[in-house]
Write a protein that binds this ligand. Structure first.
Ligand SMILES: Nc1ncnc2c1ncn2[C@@H]1O[C@H](COP(=O)(O)OP(=O)(O)OP(=O)(O)O)[C@@H](O)[C@H]1O
Length: 220
């Protein structure tokens, strides 16, 4: 039985892009709760609507119909986002990239130092602090993207195909780091993926097909 506090709830939430004949229904009425402590995989092929659903959960898109509410989250910094790749700012070093959400939230550089060191330590990237994004590998960059989210101490981490552009072993390591970091910080974690092996690492799996979030009992 689900027991954690509800952080985000989607009720019959739909997302349509465009209008009329060219409208694309990216998400048909989806019902899903994300609770504290959840480890949720949203799995489905390319174009099935996974990113769109994640954007609804994050508040990056408003539902065209139905509702999305976040009873357990107060403010934007309660959600941390990890994207597929290339999300680091090229001109900033790893420590500055990790500090960025905190700086944008109004913290001084001195105030960011400790959370940044802790976050980089959690993803095993403390030794990369002075490097530029072009001086690290794709797997290292994804670990830094995870650190950047952890520095924010969010209650919910939303990761959109975080291993999508990595080889199998590197992707598995990034996922290890993400899961361990969520455990350490107590954050709930939602990961979208087309890879059943990635989905198998999370405790709850929901399948998307053609914009429909299948009920757990409908999943293949
Ligand atoms: N901004 C947009 N404008 C118009 N159509 C969009 C937009 N974003 C997504 N779509 C369409 O919505 C559908 C779902 O896309 P979405 O990116 O959510 O799927 P996905 O499962 O995440 O795919 P991928 O794994 O390739 O990112 C697709 O048909 C896509 O073309």
């Amino acid at each position: 039985m689900p027991s954690g506090e509800v952080l985000v709830t989607c009720q019959d939430a739909a997302l349509t892009f465009g209008r009329g004949a060219t409208a694309v229904v990216a998400v048909h009425g989806a019902d899903v709760d994300v609770r504290a402590g959840d480890r949720l995989a949203v799995v489905g092929p390319s174009g099935s609507g996974k990113s769109s659903l994640l954007h609804l959960l994050a508040g990056l898109e408003r539902p065209t119909s139905g509702s999305v509410s976040r009873p357990g989250l107060d403010g934007p910094s309660a959600i941390g986002l990890v994207f597929q790749a290339d999300s680091l700012i090229p001109a900033l070093d790893v420590a500055e990239n990790t500090a960025l959400p905190l700086v944008l939230a109004g913290r001084t550089e001195a105030e960011t130092r400790l959370p940044v060191i802790e976050a980089l330590g959690l993803v095993d990237a403390a030794d990369l602090a002075d490097r530029l994004p072009e001086e690290i590998s794709g797997g290292q960059a994804q670990r830094v993207a995870v650190a950047r989210v952890l520095a924010q101490a969010p209650r919910l981490i939303l990761a959109d195909e975080p291993t999508g552009q990595l080889d199998h072993a590197t992707g598995a390591h990034v996922l290890d780091v993400l899961l361990a970091a969520a455990d350490r910080t107590g954050a709930a974690l939602v990961v979208t993926t087309h890879d059943p092996a990635v989905a198998a690492r999370l405790t709850i799996r929901r399948t998307m097909r053609d914009g429909r979030l299948l009920a757990p009992e409908e999943a293949p």
